[in-house]
Ligand binder design. Structure first.
Ligand code: FAD
Ligand code: SF4
Length: 483
């Protein structure tokens, strides 16, 4: 077989100023600053109110999209907000960061007819931001206070959605999180240019005002035992997300300058929040002036490449072992990244890293797609003698996440997990094998989406309510007034 032609990727020397300026086009704050009521009404008015709302079916929350679009088109924004918020605990977040091209908008019949989707996410975001500005987002004031309490481990979207739903029913809600801020990956994973942190802070403050108690920098398994948590509360929800970064072993992979995606993104987010971040200030986790190579093809990789562009990287390359059609990340994100100057090196994988004290070169090889694997996609196969070298001062590994070993961390070996380490639940009740212990979000699904975590949180809340009420009924208690 003839040796395949080697293609050395051209490295742009310096991110041109024009490109940096163009990159800002995709910062949400700037796009939506221009998203005036007239634009929202115009977009909403494009909805054909088709008989079969595929957008609604494909939204994990089954949001009543046609109705809120109709109300927006009629200028009845407060009612539109009421409809939008009836099924979604964070419409302003989902409107910004749902991969709409794979969910509601990707199934819009107008899009299917070739006329371009109604920008559902943008309208959802616009309507909810307007509601916050005009004071239509009313505080949580339960009609009755219940004595029973629920302990929620994890202040990410799954835990927060459950907290709100249960608090509305009058339960005493305590949310525990090992981070110092409320929001989980909304704060420390997703970059500010996609989701401004003030949006998450506003939601967190509102939940606190509604009577939800947050116990921050409190790690279950370290600061409080899982057994103690179960003793304290009538039910417990585990919504801890997935944080064990997948890694790769290759010669040179221990060199300085090779970091995990979450380490890199957390530093960037903390910096943006005004925290002191010595590893950023020392330059270790700052892409400014560097040749950056990101490994992976998911949404986390997209966030890394786009963050590196914004930090002023000299060049940003993304190595992914499959092709564009078979990457897991959102196509919209790829398009944005390309417009911002990121170069995708499709069908390629790293095999080694070179450098003296720190990484200087990433050595990769070409791949082709072979027979389909268990994911239904062509399995990447190495092409022999196809090695290439890329300059790399900073290498970011974005290979995905697995669950941490919760039974070990919680010192609860009796907590059943699947072969993948996610918590085993009864799909009907979302309860684990332990009585009164429920689970929701990424720790059940594996790395997923915010909107699915919200959906799970809502479902878990409904199930926890039924569980507590059934127990109370058995014990002859209906609703005891709390202090
Ligand atoms: C970089 C990145 C970008 C992403 N971008 C998008 C996007 O654009 N759109 C999208 O829809 N999804 C995105 N996702 C996925 C999305 O963020 C997750 O699916 C979602 O946040 C899961 O919610 P969760 O509540 O299950 O977990 P998390 O948001 O991970 O929250 C879990 C919380 O539990 C806490 N915790 C863990 N263990 C303990 C313990 N023992 N004690 C106390 N607290 C604990 C953690 O500190 C954390 O705050 C992204 C993910 C990443 C990593
Ligand atoms: S929650 Fe997400 S999927 Fe559902 S309508 Fe909003 S943007 Fe679309």
């Amino acid at each position: 077989m003839a040796a395949p032609m080697l293609r050395f990727v051209t490295v742009p020397q310096g991110m041109p100023e024009k490109r940096a300026a163009e990159s800002r086009r995709h910062d949400f704050g700037e796009i939506y600053a221009e998203y005036a009521p007239a634009k929202a009404e115009e977009q909403a008015g494009r909805c054909s109110q088709c008989g079969v709302p595929f957008c609604q079916i494909h939204c994990p929350l089954h949001n009543n999209i046609p109705d809120w679009l109709m109300l927006t088109a009629a200028g009845r924004l407060e009612e539109a907000y009421e409809v939008a918020s009836a099924t979604n605990n964070m419409p302003e977040v989902c409107g910004r960061i749902c991969p709409q091209d794979r969910l509601c908008e990707g199934n819009c019949v107008i899009e299917a007819a070739g006329h371009g989707t109604v920008t559902i996410g943008s309208v959802e975001k616009f309507v909810t931001d307007t509601a916050w500005e005009r004071g239509w987002v009313k505080p949580i004031r339960p009609a009755l206070e219940r004595a029973q309490s629920v302990g929620i481990v994890g202040a990410g979207p799954g835990g927060l959605a459950a907290a709100e739903q249960l608090r509305r029913k009058g339960y005493q809600i305590h949310v525990y999180d090992r981070y110092d801020r409320v929001g989980g990956l909304l704060v420390y994973g997703i970059p500010n240019f996609k989701l401004e942190k003030t949006i998450v802070e506003r939601r967190a403050a509102w939940l606190g005002d509604g009577g939800i108690k947050f116990h921050l920098e409190c790690e279950i398994g370290r600061d409080i035992t899982f057994a103690e948590l179960r003793r304290r509360h009538d039910a417990v929800l585990i919504a801890t997300g997935v944080y064990k970064a997948r890694d790769m072993q290759a010669p040179g992979s221990g060199l300085a300058g090779i970091v995990q995606a979450m380490t890199y993104l957390t530093a960037s987010n903390r910096k943006g929040l005004g925290d002191a971040v010595p590893e950023f200030e020392s330059g270790k986790l700052d892409a400014d002036g560097k040749h950056v190579v990101v490994i992976g093809g998911g949404d986390t990789a997209m966030d890394c490449v786009r963050t590196a562009v914004r930090q002023g990287a000299k060049s940003v390359k993304c190595l992914y072992r499959r092709d564009r059609e078979n990457m897991p990340g959102s196509m919209r994100e790829v398009k944005h990244a390309e417009e911002e100057g990121v170069e995708f090196v499709w069908l390629s994988a790293p095999e080694a890293f070179d450098g003296k004290a720190k990484v200087q070169t990433a050595i990769g090889h070409r791949m082709r797609l072979g027979a389909r694997d268990s994911t239904g996609r062509g399995a990447p196969v190495k092409i022999e003698d196809s090695t290439f070298r890329l300059p790399a001062d900073l290498v970011i590994k974005a290979l995905g996440f697995d669950p941490e070993p919760l039974p070990v961390l919680f010192k609860a070996p009796e907590l059943a997990v699947t072969d993948w380490g996610t918590i085993k639940i009864d799909r009907r009740t979302l309860m684990s094998n332990l009585d009164g212990v429920f689970a929701a979000g990424d720790i059940v699904r594996g790395a997923s989406l915010v909107v699915w975590a919200i959906r799970d949180g809502r479902d878990a809340a409904a199930s926890i309510d039924r569980y507590i009420q059934a127990k109370a009924a058995n014990a002859g208690i209906t609703a005891a007034a709390a202090e």
